[in-house]
Design a protein around this ligand. Structure first.
Ligand SMILES: [Zn+2]
Length: 429
């Protein structure tokens, strides 16, 4: 991704408003906007922290973790890309989620390429869905193999772990709804969907046509796909499209390096941004963020990653990323990306050594709390599933693995390759 030019920001903000107005005038049900969340108790939060080891699947030194499976070169239309896609599909199929592989060809500066987005949906018949997304492809570099640990292997692994953690609670919620025990239609009709975008990265310089190939394709497709009516969707107008049933799009990018600074970019998701900060606050004060020898996240010492919103009260243009084609069509977007970007951004050193385990663990916990509250899930539905609380809190603290860290190549691609936009160009243009 890259920062937008100011003119583009203004244009986008205007077109977003225009889209919203157009959608409202058309009378289409738009499910965007804030909702009252049901706050979890301290016991519920403690259950979420301990029910499933929040680090096991994010540990690059554990060869069977989701992260290790994804942390390979996975450039568009290569064997590694297919391998990672198959791993994601297999993991989500094992949970019995509905899988769509959205495959298409597009022209790139390196010729025609085949792209495949993966869309996993808990309940494909639900009237609405909250979407958590990240890109699974890695950037192509002529001079070496790029692993893209923060960009975006870690976010993809967090999403898989989130689905596994929430799945039993989503099933219990569905049972409650079927049995008539759940009467909040708003909540019960909203499902969770994960999108793993292909082709986010530019092959050469980031342009409108050389970047976010998968997101551009999917947003256009869903904008032109009218949904089938069914029992759960009976209240929707006939002209509702797949795109109009997206309640919020939460895009995760460049996560996993320590001390991210996260800001709110868009007013219509400011409430959800606040919810994330509130989840973080409760986790921090409960002591759940403290991990192993790490004392920076202990109660009274942890510092919020979320920038106070009083400093940023308007829409901020943000940057080019997978959310843009959706944003331009009126979808509510929460863009979770650190500013500044991690120091390893688009360098070969964005490997396992760039990842900070307590940071990834903290992201995992924040996402668990936020999505439980968003979807009205009950952690008390979780069985302990044989988890050993001891191993959860005293897991190994290995930050790198010889196979995963490319120490022998301290090459700064950013400064050495002519195919990249320079930092100066990025910020001054
Ligand atoms: Zn990137």
């Amino acid at each position: 991704m890259r920062p937008w030019r100011p003119s583009a920001c203004l244009l986008s903000a205007r077109s977003l408003r225009a889209s919203l107005v157009a959608v409202l005038l058309a009378g289409i049900t738009v499910a965007a906007g804030s909702r009252q969340l049901i706050e979890l108790s301290a016991t519920d939060i403690a259950t979420l922290v301990s029910a499933k080891d929040p680090l096991e699947q994010l540990d690059p030194s554990n060869p069977s973790s989701h992260l290790a499976k994804i942390l390979i070169p996975r450039v568009v239309d290569t064997e590694g890309n297919t391998q990672v896609r198959n791993y994601i599909v297999g993991t989500m199929k094992a949970l019995d989620w509905d899988i769509e592989e959205d495959s298409f060809e597009d022209d790139t500066p390196l010729g025609k390429k085949r792209f495949t987005n993966v869309i996993a949906t808990k309940d494909p018949k639900a009237a609405r869905r909250v979407v958590v997304a990240a890109h699974f492809d890695s950037k192509w570099f002529e001079s070496g193999e790029f692993l893209g640990a923060t960009d975006s292997a870690a976010p993809c692994a967090i999403m898989l772990d989130l689905a596994e953690t929430l799945n039993p609670m989503l099933e219990s919620r569905a049972t409650r709804f079927d049995d008539g025990e759940e009467d909040d239609d708003d909540v019960a009709d909203t499902t969770l969907q994960l999108i793993f975008f292909d082709g986010e990265e530019a092959f050469h310089r980031w342009t409108d046509t050389d970047s976010i190939y998968g997101a551009r394709h999917l947003a256009e497709k869903w904008d032109n796909t009218y949904i089938q009516a069914n029992q759960k969707r009976r209240l929707m107008t006939p002209q509702a499209t797949e795109l109009s049933t997206m309640e919020n799009l939460m895009l995760l990018d460049l996560l996993g390096a320590p001390n991210p600074n996260i800001r709110s970019f868009f007013l219509d998701t400011a409430w959800l941004f606040d919810e994330m900060a509130y989840a973080e606050k409760r986790l921090g004060e409960s002591g759940a963020l403290a991990y192993d020898e790490e004392q920076e996240m202990a109660p009274g010492q942890w510092r919020s990653w979320f920038a106070p919103r009083t400093e940023h009260q308007g829409n901020y243009g943000g940057m080019g990323d997978d959310h843009v084609p959706f944003l331009k069509r009126g979808v509510s977007v929460l863009h979770i990306i650190p500013l500044p970007f991690p120091k390893v951004w688009h360098k070969l050193s964005d490997d396992a050594s760039a990842l900070h385990l307590p940071t990834m663990r903290r992201w995992n916990l924040i996402m668990r709390v936020v999505m439980c509250e968003y979807l009205n899930l009950r952690p008390s539905d979780l069985k302990t599933r044989g988890a050993d609380p001891e191993s959860t809190e005293t897991g190994s603290f290995v930050r790198s693995d010889a196979e995963l860290v490319r120490r022998s190549q301290p090459l700064d691609l950013y400064n050495n390759s002519s195919m990249f936009v320079s930092r100066g160009e990025l910020y001054s243009s």
